[in-house]
Design a binder for this molecule. Sequence first.
Ligand code: BTN
Length: 326
Amino acid sequence: MARQDILHLLTALPGEYVSGEKISQQLNVTRASVWKQIKLLKEEGFEIEAHTNKGYCIIKTPLSLNEWVIKQMLSTFSLGHSIILQDELPSTNIKAKELAREGGSHGEVILARRQRAGRGRMQRGWESPEGGLWMSVILRPKLSLADASKVTLAASVAIVDALAELYQLQVGIKWPNDLIYNGHKLAGILGEVVGEWNSVQTLILGMGINANFPREKLSMATKPTTLRDILGYEVDLNKLTATILRHLENQVADLEKNLFEELCFNWTARAVGLGSEVKVLRGEQIFHGIFHGISPDGELLLSTEQGMERFSAGEVQLRSKSGQYF
Ligand code: BTN
């Protein structure tokens, strides 16, 4: 008997008790083994009330990642119908790349409760303690290689919109796809193309959100923040995952319909630092100018003394009121 069978029975009639006898009969197992599974579900974070005469009733699902709960909350067509959740991985992006090379399909999601060697942009690491949302999605979108970077822009819009929908937070995007709350980094995105982008175009979209842990768990160099620090409570990581996947699916569908202008508009409406003085770091080079927006190809437009410069890679630093760049 799978634990999921019990969950299906318990959630068939929400808020109602289901007797141990009914579960044992329907699943053809002993009542003792039903009880054992209920105990394991409780350990996984399900709040289950047991009543001597009435049976069992699910009061609350866990806030921590749970594959079954995510699937119940999912309203997507193609993303997240196959989910791999592990307690620990070196990096969900690395695992997703392996799976993609072995034929993993569009929409497969890889989640880890912790990452030992999380990867960030510009060959940096990404600290990934327990409580965060560390997720990679295998995407095989109908797009050209030139459009690959637009998917990461689309993902940043998707995450901002999910956070606004669930927690009414106003998160900004720092080019290309750092998610910033009040000047502090809340989340990051790492898009990686797998193999040759020819007939089968595969992109691994890695998303990391500092969620249910205090920012003190991270080194302070990147000025991080976490959802727990902002909101003062722990969020439901399953709901967050399902909501991000729904927004992401819509964004990618729009891109496939060539609606880049719409994405460009949506991205710009959420961008931080527009019209302000910024510093762009590209390799060893540093450029100063005014952040003008993004081009139809998703490049950063910087208005400098020498004219308009375009950047397809690099890092933006914003100027704070005190004149410091961050
Ligand atoms: C950045 O540098 O801002 C991008 C960070 C991306 C982190 C996520 S966490 C899930 C996925 N797996 C990784 O190893 N990296 C990405």
